[in-house]
Design a protein around this ligand. Sequence first.
Ligand SMILES: *[C@@H]1O[C@H](CO)[C@@H](O)[C@H](O)[C@H]1NC(C)=O
Length: 140
Amino acid sequence: VYDGVVHLQNVREVLPKDCLANKEPTECFFPAELIKSIRTPMFILNSAYDSWQIRNVLVPVSSAPDKPWSICKDNIRNCNSTQIKVLDAFRNTMVGAFKVVEDKEDWGLFIDSCFTHCQSLYGISWNSEISPRLGNKVGN
Ligand SMILES: *[C@@H]1O[C@H](CO)[C@@H](O)[C@H](O)[C@H]1NC(C)=O
């Protein structure tokens, strides 16, 4: 899908040159590569177990049409130990991609383990009694 986006929109022209020297344009289009060349300070907020990514990218119906994956993706508490290993590997890859942030001045990130997507858009997942908190601090 993203290979088509990169070619149709001809984004190669604006992708980081140092990435293009070693990798295919489509790989350079992904955040794990783009982040390396961003100099503007950013604050990254994402779940390590992003529900949309898990449902649509990591384990799409086309690659796992079986019921055990379906009930796991509906509610992460239904996942068996094998599936949890897959989800943890996904999390570890993502957290590993954020290593580059350690060397960036004035950047920050908040990566939690909620099985959610776009959590700051909704009061229930960002600013409520059940939203993530550090100590007693909430998102607002
Ligand atoms: C977990 O579910 C998957 C199917 O989604 C299955 O292949 C695997 O054997 C199951 N593992 C365990 C430990 O039950």
